[in-house]
Design a protein around this ligand. Structure first.
Ligand code: ADP
Ligand code: MG
Length: 400
C-alpha cells in the first residue's frame, strides 16, 4: 500500500495564517428552493476543516456541484452549501462568488487565521475538468498548502485534484481521504477470511475490472440485481423479459470458470421476484431462478436468496457491498435489498459499502453505525478496488 501524506505530515506549529486549499466533495443534492437536502458529505469533511482552522490556517474550501458544463449556472451555486456548513462547524463561513481571479485572491489574503471560505463551483470553469494549466495556476495562486478530502473525485484528473497539488510544495490527504484509502486498501491487502463481496446494480458493465481484481482474493461472491441476471442467462436459464446483457454472456461464463478454478464460491439468486410491469405491476410472483415465466422480469432476489445472502454476510470476516439487489426505487421490489442491508448489522467482520444507492439503503435500514467503513465515493471506490491508480491519490503519495 502506497504511503500517503496526511495532515500529520503538515507542520502544525507553523500553520497559523497559512492559506490551505482544501478540495472537498460538496456535490450534495439540492431541493427546488436550493436547500441542502442531505448534509452527509458536509459532515464528513468537518474533522479536516476543524483541524486546520483550529491550527490557525486560513481554510479555502473548493468543490464541484452537479454538471454545469463549464458555465456559470445559478442552479449549481454552492452558496446554499456555505450556509448549511455554518451550523455544522459552529463558525462563520465566507463565500466567494468565483473560485479564481483577483477578487478571490484579495479576499483570501485579507482573511484572519482560523477563518473559513467556500469558493464558488469549480465546474463553472471548463478548465477544471480539462485540468487546464492556466486555471490550475490561478487556483494554486490562492494558497500555500494543498489538502484533498474529496475521495469521491479522486479518480478524476481534474485541475483541483491533480493540477493544484502539483503546483504546491506542501500537500496532504485530509482525514476523510486518509480513512477511505486505509479502509479500501485493507480489502486489497490481507483481509481476514472469509472475504465476501456482494455485488448488485443493473449491469456488469462498469464493474468488470473491480470484479476481476477482487475475484482471486474472495472466498465468496454473492451476485444480485440485474448483474446477476446476466450470470443466470450465462448458465442457460430463460430470463423472460428481464434486464440482462446478451453481449456479456461469455464474460460471465469466464468469470464463473475462474471462480471455480480459484475455489471462490459463487452464490447466484436461487429464487427471484418477477413482475409483468415495473410501473403498473399486474402480477408479482416469486419463482425459482430457473422458472422465470415468459414475459416476466426478475426485479428482486427472492426470500430463499435473501436468507442465503444474509447467512453469508453473517459469517464473513471481511465484506464489500456495492449495488442494490433489485429495483429498489420501486417498492415492493426494494425488499430483498433492505433485508440483506439489515443483515449487515450482524456481520462479525470488517464491512465496507460503496455507491450512493447502496449507502442510502443501508442508512434507511439503520445499520450504518454497524458498518466498518461507508465509502463516500461510488466510482472512486470501484476504481480503487479494481486496482487502478487514482490520480488524486497518487499525487498525495510520499516522495512524489
Ligand atoms: P449501475 O452502475 O449499473 O448504475 P448501480 O449500482 O448504480 O449500478 O445500479 C443501480 C440500479 O440497478 C438501480 O437503478 C436498480 O433499479 C437497478 N437494478 C437492480 N436490480 C435490477 C434488476 N433486477 N432489473 C433491473 N434493474 C435493476
Ligand atoms: Mg448508478
Amino acid at each position: 500500500m502506497a504511503d500517503l501524506l496526511t495532515l500529520d505530515d503538515l507542520d502544525f506549529d507553523h500553520l497559523e495564517g497559512k492559506r490551505v486549499f482544501v478540495r472537498v466533495d460538496f456535490n450534495v443534492p439540492l431541493s427546488k428552493d436550493q436547500k441542502v437536502v442531505d448534509a452527509t458529505r458536509l459532515q464528513e469533511a468537518v474533522p479536516t476543516i476543524r483541524e486546520l482552522a483550529g491550527a490557525g490556517a486560513v481554510v479555502i474550501l473548493a468543490s464541484h456541484l452537479g454538471r454545469p458544463k463549464g458555465q456559470r449556472d445559478p442552479r449549481y451555486t454552492l452558496l446554499p452549501v456555505a450556509e448549511a456548513l455554518v451550523p455544522l462547524l459552529g463558525q462563520a463561513v465566507r463565500f466567494a462568488s468565483d473560485c479564481v481571479g483577483p477578487e478571490v485572491e484579495a479576499l483570501v489574503r485579507d482573511m484572519d487565521p482560523g477563518e473559513i471560505i467556500l469558493l464558488e463551483n469549480l465546474r463553472f470553469h471548463a478548465e477544471e475538468e480539462k485540468n487546464g494549466p492556466a486555471f490550475a495556476d490561478r487556483l494554486a495562486a490562492l494558497a500555500e498548502i494543498y489538502v484533498d478530502d474529496a475521495f469521491g473525485a479522486a479518480h478524476r484528473a481534474h485541475a483541483s485534484v491533480v493540477g493544484v497539488p502539483e503546483r504546491l510544495g506542501s500537500r496532504a490527504a485530509g482525514r476523510l481521504m486518509e480513512r477511505e484509502v486505509k479502509a479500501l486498501g485493507r480489502l486489497l491487502g490481507e483481509p481476514e477470511r472469509p472475504f465476501a463481496a456482494l455485488l448488485g446494480g443493473s449491469k456488469i458493465e462498469g464493474k468488470i475490472d473491480t470484479l476481476e481484481n477482487l475475484l482471486p482474493r474472495l472466498d465468496l461472491l454473492l451476485l444480485g440485481g440485474g448483474m446477476a441476471n446476466t450470470f443466470l442467462a450465462a448458465e442457460g436459464y430463460e430470463l423472460g423479459s428481464s434486464l440482462f446483457e446478451p453481449d456479456r454472456l461469455d464474460l460471465a461464463r469466464a468469470i464463473l470458470a475462474r471462480a471455480k478454478e480459484k475455489g471462490t464460491e459463487v452464490l447466484l439468486p436461487l429464487d427471484v421476484v418477477v413482475t409483468d410491469d415495473l410501473d403498473i405491476p399486474g402480477r408479482i410472483e416469486t419463482v425459482p431462478a430457473d422458472r422465470i415465466p415468459a414475459g416476466m422480469k426478475a426485479v428482486d432476489i427472492g426470500p430463499e436468496t435473501r436468507k442465503a445472502f444474509a447467512a453469508a454476510v453473517g459469517r464473513a470476516r471481511t465484506l464489500f457491498w456495492n449495488g442494490p439487489l433489485g429495483v429498489f426505487e420501486k417498492p415492493p421490489f426494494d425488499a430483498g435489498t433492505r433485508e440483506v442491508a439489515q443483515a449487515l448489522a450482524g456481520c462479525p467482520g470488517f464491512s465496507v459499502i460503496g455507491g450512493g444507492e447502496t449507502v442510502a439503503v443501508a442508512r434507511q435500514a439503520g445499520v450504518v453505525d454497524r458498518i466498518g467503513h461507508v465509502s463516500t465515493g461510488g466510482g472512486a471506490s470501484l476504481e480503487f478496488l479494481a486496482g487502478k491508480t487514482l490520480p488524486g491519490v497518487a499525487v498525495l503519495e510520499r516522495g512524489r
